[in-house]
Design a protein around this ligand. Structure first.
Ligand code: 13P
Length: 255
C-alpha cells in the first residue's frame, strides 16, 4: 500500500496545557515503537509548546488546529505558519467545519491558508464535508467538489502529495451518527477522482484522505478497511488515551 494510514487527534477547545501534556505523554508511552501508522495530535495553541516537548523524539507528530495565512502583522489573536513551525509543528488542520460555520471561514480564506501552510512546509489537513440539509438535498458530491477544488486552487502538482484531505460530514461530527462505510467510501472515492483529474493518477494515489465524524474504536475497522479511507481525524475519541490508541491499532490492523 503506497499510502501509510494516519490517525490524527483534533483536541478542539479541550484540555489545559498541563492536561494536554499528560495526555501526550500517555500516548507516546502507549504507542511504544508502533510505526506502521502515522500519528498526529492537534492540541489547542496554548498547549503546543508543552506537547511539542512531550512528543519530542517519539513517533507522534504535532499539528495545530488553525492558523492565519499571513506570516506576521497586526492580526490580534491570530497565529501564523512560521510560529507553528518554530514549535516543531508539522501539520495544521484547515477549514474545519466548526471554523467555517462558527467563525465564518470561506473557501477563499481556507485556500489562502492552504497555500501559506505549504509555503512554510506545514502539511495541511484540509477539511471538507456537507451539512445534513445538503445531504438530504442530494448535493453532497457537488458541495464536496466545490470545497475541495477551491481549497486547492493554485496548489501545484509537485507539492500536492503533501496535502491531506479530511472528509467530515458535518452531520456526523460529535453527534454519534457515523456515515455508513458505503456513504464514506463513495465520497472518498469521488475526492480521489477529483485529485486524479487535477494532478494525475499517480499523485492522487499518494494523497491521504481521512474520514472524520464520530469515528470510534467500534466503527473504525470497517471504515478503515475501505480502499480510499486512509485514516481518521478524530475528535471525541482522541481525548482519552485508550480509545485513541485503539484507533491507531485499528488503523495498523487495516494497513
Ligand atoms: P468527533 O470525532 O467528536 O465526531 O469529531 C470529529 C471532528 O470534527 C474531527 O475534526
Amino acid at each position: 500500500m503506497i499510502r501509510k494510514k494516519l490517525i490524527a487527534g483534533n483536541w478542539k477547545m479541550n484540555k489545559t496545557s498541563a492536561d494536554a501534556v499528560a495526555l501526550a505523554r500517555d500516548i507516546v508511552f502507549s504507542l511504544g515503537t508502533q510505526s506502521s501508522v502515522d500519528v498526529v495530535v492537534c492540541p489547542p495553541f496554548t498547549a503546543l509548546e508543552g506537547v511539542a516537548r512531550a512528543v519530542d523524539g517519539s513517533l507522534v507528530k504535532l499539528g495545530a488546529q488553525n492558523m492565519h495565512f499571513e506570516a506576521s502583522g497586526a492580526f490580534t489573536g491570530e497565529v501564523s505558519a512560521p510560529m507553528l513551525r518554530a514549535l516543531f509543528a508539522t501539520h495544521v488542520i484547515l477549514g474545519h467545519s466548526e471554523r467555517r460555520t462558527l467563525f465564518g471561514e470561506t473557501d477563499e480564506l481556507v485556500n489562502k491558508k492552504v497555500l501559506s501552510a505549504l509555503k512554510n512546509q506545514l502539511r495541511p489537513i484540509v477539511c471538507v464535508g456537507e451539512s445534513l440539509a445538503e445531504r438530504e438535498a442530494g448535493s453532497t458530491l457537488k458541495v464536496v467538489q466545490a470545497q475541495t477544488e477551491r481549497a486547492l486552487d493554485g496548489v501545484s502538482k509537485e507539492i500536492a502529495a503533501s496535502i491531506i484531505i479530511a472528509y467530515e460530514p458535518v452531520w456526523a461530527i460529535g453527534t454519534g451518527k457515523v456515515a455508513t462505510t458505503e456513504q464514506a467510501q463513495e465520497v472518498h472515492g469521488f475526492i480521489r477522482g477529483l485529485l486524479a483529474k487535477a494532478y494525475g493518477d499517480a499523485v492522487a494515489q499518494r494523497i491521504r484522505i481521512l474520514y472524520g465524524g464520530s469515528m470510534k474504536p467500534a466503527n473504525a475497522p470497517e471504515l478503515l478497511a475501505q480502499k480510499d479511507i486512509d485514516g481518521g481525524l478524530i475528535g471525541g475519541a482522541s481525548l482519552e488515551v485508550r480509545s485513541f490508541i485503539e484507533l491507531v491499532n485499528a488503523a495498523a490492523g487495516a494497513s
